[in-house]
Design a protein around this ligand. Structure first.
Ligand code: GAL
Length: 813
C-alpha cells in the first residue's frame, strides 16, 4: 500500500471510529440529501405548508437538473464574439455551455423535523453551492438569498423554526442564459445541511488553524476559535493520524469573541503531496462548566514560502507545481458532487505524477479539498472568472460590487484549514486587467484575502500580460500568474518585481482520445470534418501552445515555479476549436477525456511528472486498413531517453531525446514509418544503450468479445459510491480493437444501480443516464452506483454480434 493510501485509511478509521473521540451530543448536523421534491418553472406558492408538491419529481441532493439532457444546440446558443479568444465579430456558438438545459427557474422543496429544538438552540442552514441565485424560504418566509452559484453560504434560521416536527424548506434557483463560458450545471449540486447547536457554540467556520513555527523537534499549532456564549472555556485535544492524543490545551481567556490557543506538537510529521499526514483537533466548548459544543477539524503541519530568489518551497524544499486545472463538472454525472468520482480523478492524476490542482475558475467543492488533503495534492483555490467587467453578459459582473467581498470571506473561512490549499486566486483572465479601476480591484481583492488569511499569497491568471506590465496590475500581485503567453515569460519576469512567475494556465492543447489525423503536423485551431482533434498532441489554440513549450520553460528557468495545465479532464462545454460546429458539446483540452480515460497526452506528462514509475507508451494505434504504405508517424512517450522501434521485427532505428526542437526534447518520434499491419514494438534503452523495457501494440481483427475492468471492486453501501467500469472489446485473439464503435447495452442487478455511461466523444449526443452507448475509439466507461443495502452487484454488458460480459462487484456496510 502506498503512503498516501495508508494515511487515508488511517484518517478514515479515525473519523469513523467513535472509540477515538468522545461523541458528545452537543451539535447535530443533518444532511438534507433525501426527500427532496423538484420542479422546473416558477412556483412561488411552494413556500407554503399546504402546497401540494406530490406530483413534483423526487430527487436526492446533490442534484444537477440539466445533466439528463437532451443535448440540444438551441437551448444555450450564444451569438457572441469570444473576446478573450481574440474574436471581434459575433458568431453563433453552440455547445458552449454543454448544450444542456440549465437555463431557467426551478424549485426544490423539503421538510425536516428538529426534535431537539428548544429556546436554547441556534439553527443554521448551510449551502456548499447552489446554481444559481438561490432564494431560501423556510415556513413561508424568505430567509435570505445569495447570487454566485459557486459560493458557500449559510443563514441563521433559528427565528424561522416554528415546529419541532415539520419545517418546510423551499429553494428557488434561477439560471440566466449568457451567464457562463462552460457548463455550470443547475440546481442544488452541492451539500445542504442543517446545523443545530446550543446558543453557546463554536461559530460557523469560526476555527482557523495555522502552524506558524515548525522545527524538526516541535511545531506550534495556533488555533483561533470564534465562539458565542457566556462564561466560556475551550478545551482542545490534538490527535495524530493513529488517533493518539499528542497534546491538549484548556483556555478560558477570550479576546473579544475569540479563543487563541497555541499547542505544541513534538516531532511533527509534515504534510506534503508525498506524505499527506493529517492531525485532528477536537475542541470542546464549555459554558458555566457545562459541555455545549464540540468540533472536530483535520489539519496538516506544513510551511509554504514564495521567495524572490528561490521561488516556491514547501517545508523548506524548493519545488515546481506539476498541476492541472479542473472545472467542477464530473462528466457524465454533471456537477452533482460525488466523492468517489472526485477520488477517481485524483487517483488517475496521482498516477500521472500530478501534485497540484487549480479549481478553475471558482470555489472548489469541500469534498475535493478533503480528498486533496488525504491523497496529497496542493491546491490553488480560485474565486472568479470575471470582476466588474463582463466576459459574458449575465456573468458575475452583475454581482461583483455587492458580493465580491462576501464571497471571498466565505471562501477563505470555509476552506482555510485545508493544508492542501497553498495559494488563492482572485481571478482568471478578468477583463479588468485593462484600466485603472481593474488595478484597484486587484489590490482590493488581494487585501481581503490577506486580511482573512495572512498565511497564503494571492495570484491572478493573466492573459493580458503587456497591459498588466504597463498598468502595475501584475506588479502588485503576490504571485504573478501567466496564462499561456510563453513568448512573454522572459519579459514579464524582468518587468515584474516578484522574481518568479507561475504558469497559472498552460498548454490548451486539443485532442480526441484514439483519433489520429494525417499528415502529422503542428497546427493552430485545426478543424476536421468529423469535429475531432488529432491525438498526436500537436494541435493547440491561437492563444495557446503545445505542452513541450511549457516544459522548456519549466526546465530551463529556475524562476518559473510550476504550471497548471488546461485541463486534467475534458469538461462539458467550451468545445474549442469547434465552438461554431454542431454537434460538439464538450471540451477537447483534457489530458484525460470526459469519461476519465487517459488520452495519449497523459503519458507525455506522466513521463516527466511521475519520477517513480517507468512510462513507455506508443502512439498511434496500429489499425490503419487502407493506409498500407502510407506515412504513419510513431511517437513514444517515455521516461527513458532513447528507444528502438521495430515493425514486424524490423528495426526502424533508435531515437534519442535531443534539443533539436521542443518536441524532440520530450518525445521520441519516428516520422517516416510506412504503415503495414502487424506488431509495432518499442524497446526502451538505458543510459548505456541496453534494453531496459519494452512494449508492443498489434493490429486487431474484428471485435469479438466485451472486456470489463472496474476501477474498484468493492463499494460502500451508502447509495452514492461508484465503480467506474472500463468497457472495451477485443478480437478473437484477445487484441484490443482501438477503432470499435459498437453500440452496447448495460444492465445492473442486485444491490446497485446503473448511474451513467460515457465514451469521451465530444460530438456524441447519446444521453449519459440511458443504459446504452456506442464505443468511442474502442472504449467507454459505465458507472455503477451502490444502493444503501450491502450485497452483490452484477453488471452485464452486451452488444450485437459480440460475446457479452458480466462482472460482480461487492457492496459492503
Ligand atoms: C483560457 C481560459 C480558460 C479556457 C481556456 C481554453 O484562456 O482561462 O477558461 O477558456 O482558455 O483554452
Amino acid at each position: 500500500m502506498t503512503k498516501y493510501n495508508l494515511n487515508s485509511l488511517l484518517v478514515f478509521i479515525l473519523l469513523t471510529c467513535g472509540a477515538f473521540f468522545s461523541q458528545a451530543q452537543t451539535r447535530e448536523v443533518i444532511t438534507l440529501n433525501k426527500g427532496w421534491k423538484f420542479n422546473k418553472g416558477n412556483h412561488p406558492k411552494a413556500i407554503t405548508s399546504n402546497f401540494d408538491a406530490s406530483k413534483w419529481e423526487n430527487v436526492t441532493v446533490p442534484h444537477d437538473w440539466a445533466i439528463y439532457g437532451p443535448f440540444n444546440k438551441e437551448v444555450d446558443i450564444q451569438r457572441v464574439a469570444i473576446v478573450q479568444n481574440g474574436e471581434n465579430v459575433a458568431t453563433e456558438k453552440t455547445g458552449r455551455t454543454g448544450a444542456l438545459p440549465y437555463i431557467g427557474e426551478a424549485w426544490y422543496r423539503n421538510e425536516f423535523s428538529l426534535p431537539q429544538f428548544n429556546e436554547n438552540k441556534k439553527v443554521l442552514i448551510v449551502f456548499e453551492g447552489a446554481m444559481s441565485e438561490p432564494e431560501v424560504f423556510l415556513n413561508g418566509e424568505k430567509v435570505g438569498e445569495w447570487k454566485y452559484g459557486y459560493s458557500y453560504f449559510y443563514f441563521d434560521i433559528t427565528d424561522y423554526i416554528n415546529s419541532t416536527d415539520k419545517n418546510i424548506l423551499a429553494v428557488k434557483l434561477t439560471n440566466l442564459g449568457l451567464s457562463s463560458r462552460w457548463y455550470p450545471g443547475a440546481g442544488l449540486y452541492r451539500k445542504v445541511r442543517v446545523v443545530v447547536k446550543d446558543k453557546a457554540n463554536i461559530n460557523q467556520w469560526g476555527t482557523f488553524i495555522t502552524t506558524p513555527i515548525i522545527t524538526p523537534e516541535l511545531a506550534k499549532v495556533n488555533i483561533k476559535t470564534k465562539v458565542s456564549g457566556e462564561n466560556l472555556k475551550l478545551v482542545t485535544d490534538i490527535f495524530d493520524a493513529d488517533g493518539d492524543k499528542v497534546n491538549t490545551k484548556e483556555t478560558s481567556t477570550l479576546f473579544s469573541n475569540e479563543f487563541d490557543q497555541n499547542i505544541g506538537v513534538e516531532n511533527p510529521k509534515l504534510w506534503s503531496p508525498e506524505t499527506p499526514y493529517l492531525y485532528t483537533s477536537v475542541s470542546r466548548l464549555y459554558s458555566n462548566n457545562e459541555l455545549k459544543d464540540e468540533l472536530t477539524k483535520r489539519f496538516g503541519i506544513r510551511s509554504i514560502n514564495y521567495d524572490q530568489k528561490t521561488g516556491f518551497s514547501l517545508n523548506g524544499e524548493v519545488r515546481k507545481f506539476k498541476g492541472v486545472c479542473l472545472h467542477h463538472d464530473l462528466g457524465p454525472i454533471g456537477t452533482a458532487v460525488n466523492k468517489s468520482a472526485l477520488r477517481r480523478q485524483l487517483r488517475i492524476l496521482k498516477d500521472m505524477g500530478c501534485d497540484a490542482i487549480r479549481s478553475s475558475h471558482n470555489m472548489p467543492s469541500i469534498e475535493q479539498l478533503e480528498l486533496c488533503d488525504e491523497m496529497g495534492f496542493m491546491f490553488l483555490a480560485e474565486s472568479f472568472d470575471e470582476w466588474a467587467k463582463p466576459k459574458v453578459k449575465n456573468g458575475y459582473n452583475r454581482f461583483f460590487d455587492e458580493y465580491a467581498e462576501k464571497d471571498i470571506v466565505n471562501l477563505v473561512h470555509a476552506t482555510r484549514n485545508h493544508p492542501s490549499i497553498v495559494l488563492w486566486s482572485s481571478g482568471n483572465e478578468v477583463p479588468d486587467q485593462w484600466g485603472t479601476e481593474g488595478v484597484k480591484r486587484a489590490k482590493w481583492l488581494q487585501d481581503i484575502f490577506h486580511r482573512e488569511d495572512p498565511t497564503r499569497p494571492v495570484t491572478v491568471g493573466m492573459d493580458q500580460v503587456k497591459a498588466t506590465i504597463e498598468s502595475g496590475f501584475g506588479a502588485l500581485l503576490d504571485v504573478p500568474g501567466l496564462n499561456y503567453r510563453v513568448h512573454l515569460y522572459e519579459e514579464a519576469y524582468e518587468k515584474f518585481p516578484q522574481g518568479f512567475l507561475l504558469g497559472s494556465e498552460t498548454a490548451s492543447t486539443v485532442s480526441s482520445r484514439g483519433i489520429y489525423k494525417f499528415p502529422v503536423e503542428i497546427a493552430s485551431m485545426k478543424t476536421y470534418d468529423d469535429f475531432q482533434s488529432s491525438s498526436y498532441d500537436l494541435e493547440y489554440c491561437s492563444w495557446s501552445n503545445l505542452p513541450d513549450d511549457d516544459f522548456v520553460l519549466q526546465d530551463d528557468k529556475p524562476w518559473v515555479i510550476g504550471e497548471f495545465v488546461w485541463t486534467g479532464f475534458d469538461y462539458l462545454g467550451e468545445p474549442t476549436p469547434y465552438d461554431e460546429a454542431w454537434p460538439s458539446r464538450s471540451s477537447y483540452f483534457g489530458i484525460n477525456d470526459l469519461a476519465g480515460l487517459p488520452k495519449d497526452r497523459y503519458y507525455l506528462y506522466r513521463s516527466r511528472w511521475n519520477t517513480e514509475d517507468e512510462t513507455l507508451h506508443i502512439l498511434p494505434h496500429w489499425n490503419w486498413k487502407g493506409r498500407e504504405g502510407d506515412t504513419t508517424p510513431v511517437f513514444v512517450y517515455t521516461s527513458y531517453d532513447s528507444a528502438e522501434l521495430f515493425l514486424n521485427g524490423k528495426s526502424l532505428g533508435v531515437q534519442k531525446k535531443s534539443s533539436k526542437t521542443h518536441q524532440n526534447r520530450y518525445r521520441l518520434m519516428w516520422m517516416d514509418v510506412k504503415y503495414e499491419p502487424g506488431t509495432l514494438k518499442v524497446v526502451a534503452l538505458d543510459k548505456n544503450g541496453n534494453p531496459a523495457a519494452q512494449k508492443d501494440i498489434k493490429t486487431a481483427g474484428k471485435p469479438h468479445k466485451i472486456v470489463l475492468s472496474p476501477d474498484v471492486k468493492t463499494l460502500k453501501a451508502n447509495g452514492e459510491d461508484l465503480s467506474y467500469v472500463t468497457v472495451s472489446v477485443v478480437d478473437k485473439n484477445g487484441i484490443p480493437c482501438p477503432t470499435a464503435t459498437n453500440q452496447l447495452k448495460f444492465k445492473v442487478e442486485g444491490k446497485g444501480t446503473y448511474r451513467a455511461a460515457c465514451n469521451g466523444d465530444a460530438t456524441s449526443l447519446e444521453l449519459f443516464h440511458l443504459p446504452t452507448m456506442k464505443l468511442f475509439s474502442g472504449k467507454l466507461v459505465v458507472l455503477v452506483q451502490s444502493k444503501e443495502e450491502a450485497g452483490k452487484i452484477k453488471l452485464s454488458v452486451s452488444g450485437k454480434g459480440l460475446k457479452s460480459s458480466k462482472i460482480t462487484l461487492n457492496s459492503i456496510e
